[in-house]
Structures are given as C-alpha cells and as structure tokens.
Design a protein around this ligand. Structure first.
Ligand SMILES: O=C(O)CCC(=O)N[C@@H](CCC(=O)O)C(=O)O
Ligand SMILES: [Zn+2]
Length: 350
C-alpha cells in the first residue's frame, strides 16, 4: 500500500473516481489527500472512497451503487456527487462513504460477473466447501470497509446506508425501497420521510433475514438501511436523469446539511407492502406464467398460478398477492420471486 499512489493527481483534477474504479476492476492501492476546504479523502480500494469533513459530524452515511453493474442510474448519481465533492463544489457536513460494488460488472454491462454480489453479504461470502471467487472476496472486503467506516464515526452518530439499484422490469410503482427485516424493532417514520423526499413513496417490509448489503448494515451495524429501487435498468446514457433529480437533491442534502427538515409524516403519502413470501428456484425447470414485461406490483387473484418449479405449481394464496423481482434465471436455490400484500401503518412505527 502506498500513501501517495500515482493516480492521485489526476483524481484531484477530474474527480473521476468512477473511471479510476472501472480501470482497476478488483483492486486499487489505498491513497489519501485533503481538499482545500479541509475535507479528508480516503480511497480504501477500487470503488470505495470516504469523505470526512473537518467539522464535528452527526451522521455516518453510506451510499452504494453498482452492486449490480448494469444498474447505471445510481452509478451516474454517485459519480456526479463524488465529482462535485472532489472539485469543492459540494461542501460536506457529514461523513460519507461511497461504494461502487462491482466495477468489473459495470464494464461488462451485466448484473454480475460470476455470482450475484447481493446474495453474498452477512457472511454468505465464505462458506466451507464453496470456492471463493472475485465477488465473494469483494463482499467480504465491502463488509470490512463499512464496518471500519462506522466504527470510526463520532460516538452517538446515526448510521445510514442507502444501497441504490434499478429494477430489471418496469414497476407499477416506479420507485420503491426494501426495508430489511428489523427483528421486531420498529420501522422509522423519519426514514420514510427521507425516502419520500427522494421520490420513493412505496416501501416493502421484509420479514426475514437476507444476504443483501442493506440487511448486512442494518443487522450488523444498526444502520437505517434500505435497498432503494430508482426505476428500470437502462444502459449508460439512456437514463432520463430528470427522473432522479429529487433523489439526487435529497442525497445531497443529507450529507451537506447539519440536519435536514422533512415535511410532517402523513400515512396517506405512502404505499406500504408486507413481504408475503419468497419463492426460490429449486429446479432447473422453473417458469412464470406471465410475460417478461409483466411489471413489479402486478396483483394476482387468489388461486391464480404464480410460478412453476419443476413439478410444483405455486398459486397465489391471498387475493391481490403481487409480484416483485420475478426472475426465472436465478441460480438454483436463489430467490426467483418475492410477493407482497398491502399493509397499514400500525403501532410498529416510531
Ligand atoms: O429487478 C430485479 O429483479 C432485481 C433488482 C435488484 O437488484 N433488487 C435487489 C433487492 C435487494 C433486497 O431485497 O433488498 C436484489 O435483488 O438484490
Ligand atoms: Zn440491483
């Protein structure tokens, strides 16, 4: 490791950490420098850059994108923010760690290279008898970077992590978030207000542990953590960035203000769903009865066919059971579909 690697001068000039990460797909020597405004910049690895302003902070913020390399809009948002920070155009009031999860998968324009990174967190990267690969190593390292980042925060700081994605299919509710399972702890209205300010009014409440990045930071570090789906997957250059303006402004405000004020909570502003069940693909012969353009949140009547897994036909077991993330080509044993049902704001919200 060198404290002054050769890429630093160019990075200071251009702020282009995305290209630097894409040019160094699985490793980049660590480096650090200080901006004229006093913000310390730490490059921990490829795709992992931390900004620490020279003031007392109250939040430790993680923004991740490119956990799936073909989900480009979140990458473009983070690229713009990082450039603004490095060029001194955006002055930080909070610590922030940006992560491009899988730079090689950005370069090949695919969801992953060998294995879906977002199925490897919370320790699932290292399993006896399963050979390591680049994505497994990356998941282990990303956990460590997040852990170190939170550990070095001010005592009493609040922790958050927004893992930014776009969905493969179109969605009836264009933007939505997945609230990881909280093991009985209450959901936070203040977080829903943050999401609403991002343009996200639809939230799915998970009811079991997961192998996702957002569940990892929620469960292990107590962070307010979400997978945030900002629209549909598009190649670079084809995103209508106007659709992400509210999100970008809200992400900017969170790291550049001491305290962000959101409007008063109103349950009518939201559409909340409880995850009803997870359907895994267990057989090679797995299919859906609906077409590839059936949108997320499409509801099914009780008794309608949802999926066929080998010889097992799986039917909607409640009226209006709606599909999320249907994907018949996932690896065996992995989630091929989530289903959700509407839920109300109840006493488990604070
Ligand atoms: O559209 C799809 O099928 C997948 C979009 C995506 O990558 N979603 C995340 C959700 C993670 C979570 O459940 O919190 C994923 O599948 O990893
Ligand atoms: Zn994704």
């Amino acid at each position: 490791m060198s404290a002054n690697p050769s890429y630093l001068n160019e990075l200071k000039q251009t702020g282009d950490f995305l290209t630097l990460s894409r040019d160094n797909e699985w490793h980049l020597d660590a480096g650090e420098f200080v901006l004229d405004n006093g913000t310390r910049v730490n490059i921990h690895d490829t795709g992992v850059i931390e900004f620490q302003p020279a003031v007392i902070t109250s939040k430790d913020v993680v923004y991740s994108s490119a956990v799936h390399g073909n989900e480009t809009a979140p990458i473009e948002i983070c690229d713009a923010l990082i450039k603004q920070i490095i060029k001194g155009e955006l002055i930080l009031k909070q610590r922030v760690l940006f992560i491009y999860g899988n730079p090689q998968s950005i370069n090949i324009g695919l969801r992953f290279v060998e294995e879906n990174l977002n199925r490897l967190f919370n320790g699932h990267h290292t399993v006896e008898g399963v050979p390591m690969n680049n994505e497994r190593n990356r998941a282990a390292k990303l956990e460590q970077y997040v852990s170190d980042f939170y550990t070095r925060g001010e005592q009493g700081s609040s922790r958050c992590h927004y893992d930014l994605h776009t969905a493969i299919r179109g969605s009836k509710n264009e933007k939505f978030a997945v609230y990881p399972f909280l093991h009985g702890k209450p959901w936070k209205k203040s977080q829903l207000q943050f999401l609403l300010s991002c343009g996200v009014n639809t939230v799915l409440m998970m009811k079991s542990p997961a192998t996702t990045f957002s569940y990892y930071s929620s469960f292990i570090h107590g962070a307010d953590s979400f997978t945030v789906e900002l629209g549909q997957v598009k190649p670079f250059g084809q995103n209508d960035m106007a659709r992400f303006e509210k999100t970008k402004q809200t992400l900017t405000a969170l790291i550049s203000q001491n305290e962000v004020k959101y409007p008063e909570f109103n349950a009518n502003d939201f559409e909340l769903f409880a995850v009803h069940r997870t359907i895994n693909r267990t057989q090679n012969d797995f299919s859906f009865p609906f077409s590839d353009d059936a949108e997320n949140f499409t509801g099914f009547a009780k008794g309608e066919l949802l999926a066929t897994d080998g010889d097992t036909a799986i039917y909607a077991d409640v009226e209006g059971e709606a599909i999320i993330f249907p994907n018949a080509s996932v690896a065996l044993g992995q989630r091929a579909l989530l289903t959700v049902i509407p839920m109300d704001i109840d006493s488990n919200f604070v």
